[in-house]
Design a protein around this ligand. Structure first.
Ligand code: RP5
Length: 171
């Protein structure tokens, strides 16, 4: 693949079951990306060094997924002016609400774009990253429009199938 433009970081390899949804979207859109495990708590120096160097390495958007006391996205945002998208992961007894609060409640001045908890959040993080990159890339604008169209067609097909099922019950 080309030089990665999007970085997907996660606090643990145990987060990959959720964060894989972001990888799938970036592959679908043909966006070059890299995936790595780095923890705000267990490897703080590695995380900060990555954040500091990411822009110079050609990264344009960072996605950070973490569970529990999820400080990964915020810590990355503290050390880069790149857009940082946080994905709270359901990895503790608090079912991801802990990670959501830790990710979304940033102090003014250091923004993190927090997504929903779990796979929907990982999917949307990647779509949001594509939207950011689409500002410089008309092909990505078209790909996003196609994605929405396909999604709408699937909803229409589901609606049609449901109506047919209900009509058959009436006979
Ligand atoms: C967080 O703690 C990680 O992002 C993960 O969601 C959670 C548990 O990590 P492991 O104990 O599975 O490595 O920092």
């Amino acid at each position: 693949m080309n030089q990665p433009k999007v970085a997907i970081l996660m606090g643990s390899d145990s987060d990959f079951g959720v964060m894989e949804a972001a990888v799938v979207i970036l592959e679908q859109f043909g966006v070059a990306h890299e995936v790595l495990v780095s923890s705000a708590h267990r490897t703080p120096e590695r995380t900060l060094a990555y954040a500091r160097e990411a822009r110079q390495q050609g990264i344009r958007v960072i996605i950070a997924g973490a569970g529990a006391a999820a400080h990964l996205a915020g810590v990355i945002a503290s050390s880069t002016t790149l857009p940082v998208i946080g994905v709270p992961i359901d990895a503790s007894a608090l079912n991801g609400v802990d990670a959501l609060y830790a990710t979304v409640m940033m102090p003014g001045g250091v923004p993190v774009a927090s997504m929903a908890i779990g796979k929907a959040g990982a999917t949307n993080a990647a779509l949001f990253a594509v939207s950011i990159l689409a500002g410089e890339d008309p092909a990505l604008v078209q790909a996003l429009a196609d994605y929405r169209e396909t999604m709408a067609a699937k909803v229409q097909a589901k609606s049609d199938a449901l109506q047919q099922k209900i009509a058959l019950r009436g006979n």
